[in-house]
Design a protein around this ligand. Sequence first.
Ligand code: GLA
Length: 402
Amino acid sequence: MKTNQSIAALCLGTLLLAGSLLAQEKPIVSANLALTPPMGWNSWNKFACNVSEDMIKSMADAVVKSGMKDAGYVYVNIDDCWQVSRDANGNIVADSQRFPHGMKAVGDYIHSLGLKFGVYSDAGSKTCAGRPGGLGHEYQDAIQYAAWGVDYLKYDWCHTTTQDAKASYANIRAALDAAGRPIVLSICEWGTAKPWLWGKEVGGNLWRTTGDITDRWGGQQKWPDGSCCSNGVLAILDQQVGLQSYAGPGHWNDPDMLEVGNGGMTDTEYRSHFSMWAILAAPLIAGNDLRNMRPEIHDILTNKEVIAVNQDPLGREGERVAKNGDLEVWAKQQKDGSRAALLLNRSDSEQEIAVSWEDLGYPASLSAAVRDLWQHKDLGKMTGKFSARVEPHGVVMVAVKP
Ligand code: GLA
């Protein structure tokens, strides 16, 4: 017969075992993804539906050869139009003309270069280009993506009729996790249902905050048919004001992919576009043809000092700290206590712009080292403020380090 003491010990042991089993809950496979803003390349801005195995493979080669990989770009993402139908079992079918060896072969090639593989689908019944969407096939598709070695899924919002955005994105995240492969989830809902309020909770790693970017400098304009709206980079920038507190490691505001190098803006404007995205802690997803970049475009996309601002491990999104008409100052706190500051001249003439230490959250009396991140030059120690002449549509970007 057991003594009271041994029965008590047995009960305690059972409790401890149950407790430790609970504590060892299965880790979520998608935890720790995108701890800094994702960097890579996506087909849409330049190629739209004109995607193919050959083009994607040669672009992946170019990511490596151009030095983009060394600069931190890792995802090679195929956007809309790789898919054509579903088979009798409901499996998604890739375009066999354009992807003759199937999607896994493309993923394997991308992985063989030390890069990561992204695809695109849609939460509704069809993608924005009218291809089959994911609705009702979320778990089946997630298993397929995992089998292909997909590392990143951009999930769009066309043809969703009465669907609830938060529930739809929670569903695809649960499906991806159930498939067992860590996959970055890029929520592409255009900001309509304020995804910054719920994107992190449903396991989104980034969420679009606006409609699509156009390769244009200016503000919002109606499309020729009268519908709303074409967003130039300034229009997109303005829509980021006030969203900074929602971003952080693993979950980022996404002001859409880069247009740098696509031909619609001057090199000065592209430098400004890239600097804005860097200070916003935005995903840096290039959207140009990397196989034949001009050196000026290459030097913008691979500026390691500007990229370091974007990739700072503290994960703070920068914010606008001063505005005087067309002259703005944006600032971003970095992990080492320094600040990145962007002096932005939106006007059509050269202007003097100053950033005061107080705007950066420093006392005016502080002496701080200033470094120009585009000139790659130390400008010396300064007290109270830094000012510079800024070209029209241009920026001066500095690091200010006490
Ligand atoms: C939407 C998205 C774009 C792109 C296209 C593809 O417009 O916002 O980024 O993915 O669909 O059709």
